[in-house]
Design a protein around this ligand. Sequence first.
Ligand code: C2E
Ligand code: MG
Ligand code: MG
Ligand code: MG
Length: 284
Amino acid sequence: RADRALYKVKSSGRGSFYYHDDILDAEELKKRRLASEVRSAVQDSSLALAFQPIYDLKKLEFCGAEALIRWGNPQTPELQPNDLIRIAEETGAINEIGTWVLNESLSRARAWPDDLTLSVNVSPSQLGRGVFRDLVAASLSHHNVAPERLELEITEQVLIKDENNTIAELKEIQATGVRIVLDDFGTGYASLSYLQKFPFDKIKVDRSFVSGDSLGAQSRAIVSSIATLARELGIPCTVEGVESQQKLDQIVALGCDFAQGFYLSEPIKAEAFHFQKELMFFVA
Ligand code: C2E
Ligand code: MG
Ligand code: MG
Ligand code: MG
């Protein structure tokens, strides 16, 4: 382009030039390249799933698993799930990815013992148009999985955009028997007002509250308050990011209902995932 600003590279001193726009574009180009990789990953089905087991602290057994997206193309540099999802949200590929995740995870979950639940993360941008509601109903019936076995995890940010339509769609999904879980609780703002606006079936405490070797006095106070809040609302709470026996014991003492974390099990590649409900953990 003729109108581009031309800058001299001062340090080289040998008359090298570059276009100002080119520098600005480097970020943009990287984003576009990643976006097209994400799109082709959806098309050549080079996405993968891992499942992380969820442990029932009252029954002392595994009771379900959360589906987590993984970069499945070994030819290209790995994209972390958070980045992958963010790029997908920015480019609109999230709808295709969300459809793939739901179908793929349900096709796996149908082979599990039928009292085990499947948790699937849902992005804000998938909701509000009624498309996701129809997809959930169709996938459940296609894979012959009872709606009661499916939990949809929504992060706090979800309800900010297009709140009324999102709430309406979530309620329609919930009415079919699917449970709606508030994920990463305590990290967004206005978390308490969300609890008032939408009847969540479960709260998942963000793992940032349980980082470190054991829970300090502050984290204990926070997790304990969330557990009390959940109890008074009449819903269970899950703590994610449990990395040690000590933390497991602490969250049991605080009255939490479910736990998830590397100490119990890391996410396992879908192909290698077989449920071992009887795997025991010692809870003090
Ligand atoms: P999330 O839904 O809160 O999932 C839990 C994350 O914590 C996962 O990270 C999991 O691997 C990690 N984790 C579990 N236990 C531990 C632990 O003991 N210690 C530590 N340090 N980490 C633990 P992951 O797989 O990287 O996913 C990150 C986020 O990406 C998820 O957070 C979720 O928000 C998003 N995500 C993943 N898969 C999907 C998907 O299919 N759809 C959408 N919309 N979002 C997804
Ligand atoms: Mg989650
Ligand atoms: Mg979470
Ligand atoms: Mg998260």
